[in-house]
Design a protein around this ligand. Sequence first.
Ligand code: ADP
Ligand code: MG
Length: 508
Amino acid sequence: MANENYIISLKGVSKVFDGVTVVDDINLNITKGEFVTFLGPSGCGKTTTLRMIAGFETPTNGQITLNGQDITTIPPHKRPINTVFQRYALFPHLDVYDNIAFGLKLKRIPYQTKNRKGETVIKTRKLSRQEIDEKVMRVLKIIDLEDLENRDISTLSGGQQQRVAIARAIVNEPEILLLDEPLGALDLKMRKDMQLELKDMHKKLGITFIYVTHDQEEALTMSDTIVVMKQGTIQQVGTPIDIYNEPVNAYVANFIGESNILNGLITDKLKVKLLNHIYDCVDDFPINERVDVVIRPEDVIIIPASNKEMDLVKGTITDKIFKGIHYQYVIQSGKHEIVAQSTKDYEVNSEVYVDVEKENIQIMKKEVKKNVFNDAYIDKNNNVMISESPFEVDVTQLLKGSHVDEELYLIGKDGKKYDLRDADVIAEIEIKDVNIVDGHDNGNVNATVVNSIYKGDHYAVLVRTDEEDDFILDTQDVWNDGDAVSIIVKPENISLTLKGDISKYEVE
Ligand SMILES: Nc1ncnc2c1ncn2[C@@H]1O[C@H](COP(=O)(O)OP(=O)(O)O)[C@@H](O)[C@H]1O
Ligand SMILES: [Mg+2]
């Protein structure tokens, strides 16, 4: 049943380019008048999805409806949709007014008339000068460039040019405005201003905005609904608050702001063990279940360690950055790093206790279809450390088109240089890509078989490393609990996600 409030629905939409699935079976409903944002890293399929909604690409599979009508194969100019791109193609030889009026001058609108025989027929006509003038003046007001109508495009700032590009899209009075990273080319200050202005325009126009960005802050500031994407799939759909406070998995938590993403073990009813400490929690999970735990830096409570011993996690402050209103600290506790924020000033190297209110411990079901390691990191040789064992993973996967130079720096295709050594990553390995062999020291990591379940045609085996990390795998072989094994994973089967943005690792 089509819901009349849904202006756009994507049903099982996929797009395959040259045998590669870049949008994978997306189902999504967009409500009329909403400000929806597709958020995800570069290459995850945001633009392709938007282009299918606009009609510039045809889905390989699935259906797109507009107000309940199938538009899957309708060409772009027949959809009541306009798009604003990052690189706004304005006409440099025309002034602001003529740039905005350009499309209107070509436009023909239908009208009813009678022919010689007296029959009613539909004909089309051009817009009158006055009609064009009214429309242009109306959008100039909305984009706040009323005084600049006669200015040459070349004399405008980047932000003003982008506003003209938006004006050109909204002057056609589309029902939906698509915006593909429209602020990407602007500097930070301009971008912040334009975010607020776009939000304001959305309110004034009352139409549906579908916005694409890889910038989580931008998504959180502007959207009614955020669609978090990863490798062509939707991970979570929700309001900014939902997504920030209740991320459904470690990927979303990592993408939405700085987070501590930790491995946990449910030891008892409403008790979770993390950082080698047992905390009370509010999420009810089965006892003995391995879970992912998210703690936001602003929820970490720092208590200076005095002489009095406390039953809390203890650590040392190893890093401190002033962020304007608060300090951001890194606290090292054993092999774990905890990111914390506080307005209080503590010295680097001071010993502190770390506490968290139970409401602020967000527990998520571990993905069962994959092995996910939240505390992997890159070592000084550019190897990826999983469960404290090195894997020779190609780190260029973290940045499209990059290479590693002889000094082990990662070089982007724009020439920017990154030092990823010590960077925290999330490592993911498909179940099918994990193998075990008998005995220790015969593979990448030593482990012990903890559990083996017969699944009809294979065994699902759980093995645990000395570092208490679990790997799950499928095998035809029979293993017994307590068997000593070595885990083998080919480096090319390990996929990495950087914790935090890559810009944090940029060096001069
Ligand atoms: N016309 C195309 N032909 C082949 N591959 C494409 C084409 N357009 C996009 N891709 C690929 O599809 C993937 C998703 O791209 P895109 O939708 O642009 O991602 P995003 O906008 O999230 O950065 C990328 O790997 C990209 O290289
Ligand atoms: Mg894109």
